[in-house]
Design a protein around this ligand. Structure first.
Ligand SMILES: [Zn+2]
Length: 189
């Protein structure tokens, strides 16, 4: 491939619509809808509410991050999200990390079919962190980052990878021999 072709291809890829490209990640409908709200700019973060003259009593992140809760924080910086991602990484799963929402958006816009297993886990993690954040704000119970990481893996296994175990192997740790014999550490034994 020529340099011109490579540059053209990169520019073309970067112009892909991340909303359209969400289908490449094969997310569960509720997670897909959640990301659709993010890309539509309608996720009611504290910053979002403040910009619409509906300031929350405390604009900081509910997880005590001491930072304003905006879309960058929710999708890439929040300590609770990072703890979920760390749990997945500690179990041997590759999960990408990003420094901003712009980087997440670009990754989703350029992901290719059957190449986004780690990014899929990432998208599920952001959703679970937000869901738990809402539960915390409203005084409802929520899972620890480890419990949520296990739930994410269970969701991926039952939904996206059930028909293609060879694909599951691309994000499966080497110490797991069979997709049918594995359970998250939470439930082992
Ligand atoms: Zn936070």
């Amino acid at each position: 491939m020529t340099i011109t072709a490579i540059v053209y291809r990169q520019q073309f890829e970067q112009r892909q619509d991340p909303v359209v490209n969400l289908s490449q990640l094969r997310l569960h409908p509720r997670e897909k809808f959640f990301w659709w709200r993010i890309f539509g700019g309608i996720l009611p973060t504290h910053e979002w509410l403040s910009s619409r003259h509906l300031p929350p009593p405390n604009p900081a992140c509910p997880w005590g991050c001491s930072e304003p809760e905006d879309i960058n924080h929710v999708t890439s910086e929040c300590s609770f999200l990072l703890d979920i991602l760390s749990a997945l990484s500690n179990w041997g799963f590759f999960v990408p990390r990003f420094r901003s929402f712009a980087e997440v958006k670009l990754a989703i816009a350029t992901v290719r079919k059957k190449k986004g297993a780690g990014l899929q886990l990432y998208c599920y993690a952001v959703y679970q962190a937000w869901r738990s954040r809402n539960a915390k704000k409203h005084g409802r119970p929520f899972g620890s980052p480890t419990v949520l990481a296990a739930a994410i893996l269970a969701t991926c296994k039952s939904h996206s990878f059930s028909s293609s175990p060879e694909h599951w192997g691309t994000i499966q740790p080497s110490w797991l021999s069979s997709p049918n014999s594995w359970y998250p550490p939470l439930w082992a034994g």
